[in-house]
Structure formats: C-alpha cells, structure tokens
Write a protein that binds this ligand. Sequence first.
Ligand code: PLP
Length: 438
Amino acid sequence: MSIYTPNQKSIAESIQPDSGMQDWKNWHWQLRRTIKDIKTFEEVLGISFTPEERRQLEMTAEKFPIAITPYYASLIDRENWRDDPVFRQAFPSVNELITENWEMSDPLSEDIDSPAECITHRYPDRVLFHVSNMCAMYCRHCTRKRKVGDRDFIPDRDTLEKGLAYIRKTPEVRDVLISGGDPLMLTDSAIEWILDELSAIEHVEVIRIGTRMPVVLPYRVTEELAELLGSYPNLWLNTHFNHPREITDSSAAALRRLTSAGVPLGNQSVLLAGVNDCPYIMKKLVQKLVSNRVRPYYLYQCDLSEGLSHFRTPVGKGIEIIEALRGHTSGFAVPVYVIDAPGGGGKIPVSPNYVVSWSTNKVILRNYEGVICSYKEPDSYEPVFCDRNCETCSLVLNVTGEENPAAIGIERLMADYDDKITLVPEDTERLRRRNDDG
Ligand SMILES: *Cc1c(COP(=O)(O)O)cnc(C)c1O
C-alpha cells in the first residue's frame, strides 16, 4: 500500500521527472537527492524568495549549511510555508547570523568533557559515543551547529576503536548513548559492528541510539534495520519529534517496524519559538507519540548555541507547557522539561511547583486543578542509619561498596555516613580571605 501525498508526487517529479516516485521510499535515493541549496529548494517547493532574501539566505547557508531530505520537505505546507513548523526546522533563517553575547559554540562543553575521541563522559555511569558526524537533515536548531557540515570528522574504525577502548577500560560505564550526528547514517553493517563491540563489553548493561531518522527519513528504518536493532536485548532508541505534523503515515510505519521488532522507543523534543511553543501543540504531540508507542522522555529548553536566539523561549513557556500536561493527560505522556546547563552542568529538570507548604508532619500540596490538600506524614518513622554496610542492615540488599559508589553532590549532603555539611564554590572572596588569614 503506498499512497503518496500531492506534495510528495510533485517533489519527486521535480527532482527526477517521470521516475522519482519509484525511488521515493529508497533511503539511499532520498540521501542522494537531499536538497542542499536555496535554488533547488525554491524549484522543488515551487516557491520563491525576493532577491534580497535570497542574498541573505545564501550568507546564512554559507555559515550553517543546508540539508533537507525530499521526504521532510514534502511535509511543508506550500500554502503557508513561512509559518510552517517543518519549514522553520529545516530551512535557514537570516536570524541565524545574529550572535548574542552569551551564546557559545559549545555551550554544553562536550568537547572539553571528552576523555577520548568520540566520547563525552559527564555523568558517573554513562557516556555519549559520537559515531557519525553526518545527518540526513540539518536541523536549524542543532545544538552541535558548530560541527554541522564538518568534513574532517567522519570517524573511521580506528577512531571509533579509541572510543570503544575507553568504554572497555572504564568499568563504571554501564550505559552507552550512541549519538552523532545521526548514527543511522552509518550502514547496517557498521551499526552491527558497533553494537556487537559494545555488547561484548561485560559492564555495558544498556545501549541507546539517538536518531532523527523516523522524523526526517523514515524509510531508513527498513525491516532489516529494525530486525537488527531488535536483536539486541538491551537496546533503546530515542527519536526527536517536535511537532505533531511530523508524525505521518510513513513515520508511524517506521515506528511500528521498530516496536514490532521489540525496540523500546522514547522521544526528545526541543522547545522552539514559532514551532511548538504552545501547550496545545505539545499536548497533541505527546498524545500522538504514546499512541504510536513512543514514550515522551525529555523536553529541552533550547541551548545557548550560536545562531539559535530566534528559537529560544523564556523558561516560563516550558513550565507552562508542563503545567498544561501533568494531570490533564496520561502521566506517561508527560516528558521531563530540562535545561542542559551551560558549561557542562548536565540536564537540570525544571517543573511547576506542587509542594505549597510543609509543617512537621503535614505536606500541603496542590494538584493540576488548583485543589489544595494536605498529606499527613507518619507520626513515627524509624530512619534506617546507613553506614554503607549492607550486612548489618535489615533491608535486604547486600550490595558491595564497589557496586555502590560513595555519594556525590547533594546526595552526599544527605548521606548518613558522610559528615560533609556544605558544598562551597571553590573560588570565592570569603575563602580567599580565610586563606590569607591562615
Ligand atoms: C543527555 C546526556 C546523557 C544522558 O542523560 P540521561 O539523563 O541519562 O538521558 C549522557 N551524557 C551526556 C553528555 C548527555 O548530554
């Protein structure tokens, strides 16, 4: 069954007269025919920019290159393309040339937190493994805009081996996120090789793939690829839908191939001004996702990468969206709204406040409707003192110290066995005065 939309037919016809439609669902064809310049885009979509617009867009595309798959371009509404959420994510805006003074090329310090080539190691037990610098579509809101279109980083096996070597020799890494670029730009056999290598490492318990293919090129998710991914029992896949319009018959079919093969799916969205900064759009999106067996995972505040100022919303917009979801729709359709902290602080969740007040044995809470209620805490609660010695504890756990590394951060302040009572920034006037005195 293949019913094509009028847009798909006309784009296929424009790219390859008479025979484009035959190849439409071939992902190699889609990649070969990726739209990379403004003129082709105008021809294919049957739209035109003014000469001045074209001049400015050329300048933008020179700094941040264009790549749009014919499939993704076919989702643009030609009648109202300027406001179209797909157009805005795929096509450059002259606003990308604006650089605000707090923007950075690498706001998440991914290149600094890199102990080995292709690896970002930030959290205690998991790493990012960048296996490809290529993407089918260059998202205009890419946080790694600095790298988009780089020719000098298409890792070969020797380079990937360095990342694998780091994972092998770092036993605390139990979760590997295969990222990029888009990992599914690699061939099936390259993907299989990476997954086999990772699977052979005893301490790697979980493997995740982050990919936008189900959104921008769903034909990449072939039966064979889905079967391959489904054959790894500890593999998860996260994709990146931002707008309900992106969930088409083709993308739903790709998702179904993955879930049928047994791959659990999550979704990470980015909050983007003019694209999805609306509680109703986000509600529609998360509901469509769960009805396709995709669990909304994160909603990201737009990063401070260069050229993204026109996409950024105030943080309050994200909180407003979560407020409109929690309680109003299925709990497991509500993503966690996070700000990926500039400077490598990692993802920090931000949420509406539900705890209104607290007394010694009552918590006062409010629900999504504004109902205020009290929850009575137990009158007697015998805290279990934890000295990290499970053998003397009545809770039946029996983990060893090795499995259970000592607490860090706020968890450490709370730990019974650690007498640390403050976390103090290293570099303060107050501490300098102390040092001077002493
Ligand atoms: C997002 C991210 C992870 C994974 O974080 P989770 O909260 O476990 O999904 C790991 N490493 C880096 C550098 C990240 O940015």
